[in-house]
Design a protein around this ligand. Sequence first.
Ligand code: G3I
Length: 363
Amino acid sequence: MQLRRMPLNVAVAGALTAALLVGTAPSSTATVQNTPAGKTLRQLAKPTGVRIGTAVDTSALANDATYRTLVAQQFNSVTPENVMKWEVVQPERSRYDFTEADKLVDFARANKQKVRGHTLVWHSQLPSWLNEGTWTKRQLRRILRQHIKTEVGHFRGRVWAWDVVNEAFNEDGTLRDTIFLRTLGPGYIADSFRWAHQADPKAILFYNDYNIEGRNAKSDAAYALIKELVADGVPIHGYGVQGHLSTQYDLPNDMQGNLHRFGKLGLRTAVTEADVRITLPVSPAERLAQSAGYSYMLQSCLLERSCISFTVWGFTDKYSWVPGVFPGEGSANIYTEEYEAKAAYHALRRDLAVAGGVRPRRR
Ligand code: G3I
């Protein structure tokens, strides 16, 4: 299809941006209302067939009215930033707590949003009873199966897509040394997908990782493994690229081509955790580079028919994970801490508006 390799026409996009942005000097009130063109991100995303999502901090959702308004208004997909992770849902062995996650799922239903479940099998944010325990292969297998089946079963029919296995690879393409790999061997990955599928046969099951947006050793390794899993009939349905970029590095190499090769395996693809951090203080040039980074990722998704959602990892700097993990860096989201929309927000609107008229709908 001709669209595949064709970048969105920059001149057209630029003209459209200008049209969209007439009179939109960012202000805290302007951003809470619809922008002057009258459409929110989710409204612009609808004709593209790509869901536009955000990670949600559930304590901000409960306590910050502006945050809550924007989650509902701008996005048609949500991902719990933390409250579906193992340490939260199973803090003690066989004691499950879905209270916070249930609240988000209810919020999503009330606002006609899909839920991306995040994440079932990950080396991080594991409860200490699990991480510090000593387990035989048989015991850990049983624990993993019970965890996946209980969590996916609890949300059956209410979670659209799951990040089943998260961050299983090292940068060089070898498998990451985790409690799961060490104890169970590489077969834990296929087993995890099988158990998740048994618990909810309709959910779209993703492999999810960072630094696999473009072509490199890590995405090549993910491709080789996923190809094998598909050939073996393992129920894996999606390839999620997190999209944590920084303006100090190059953009991912051939992101659309990379998504496309997974699409050709029959998988859906998605950008699952987009943000573009900046070394502080922010200069105008970096603001532009940030907006180009967001735009590059969204355009790669819009150009690839297998891509079904584009999720930002939080939308406001007010609750960003970045400064805590990368000291001296920040401003990674599409709204400032004061909820002013940044150039990156407007770039996303422009891309959705342009693509809405040309992208064939998949579903
Ligand atoms: O659970 C404690 C809580 O009891 C305590 O009150 C609070 C006070 O600081 O800390 C809480 O834990 C924090 C948790 O977020 C919930 O707020 C952890 O210290 C903190 O490390 C944790 O950070 C999260 C991080 O994953 C952990 O690795 C970030 O919010 C979250 O954005 C981040 O998300 C990950 C994705 O899941 C996977 N991909 C990378 C991405 C960014 O690191």
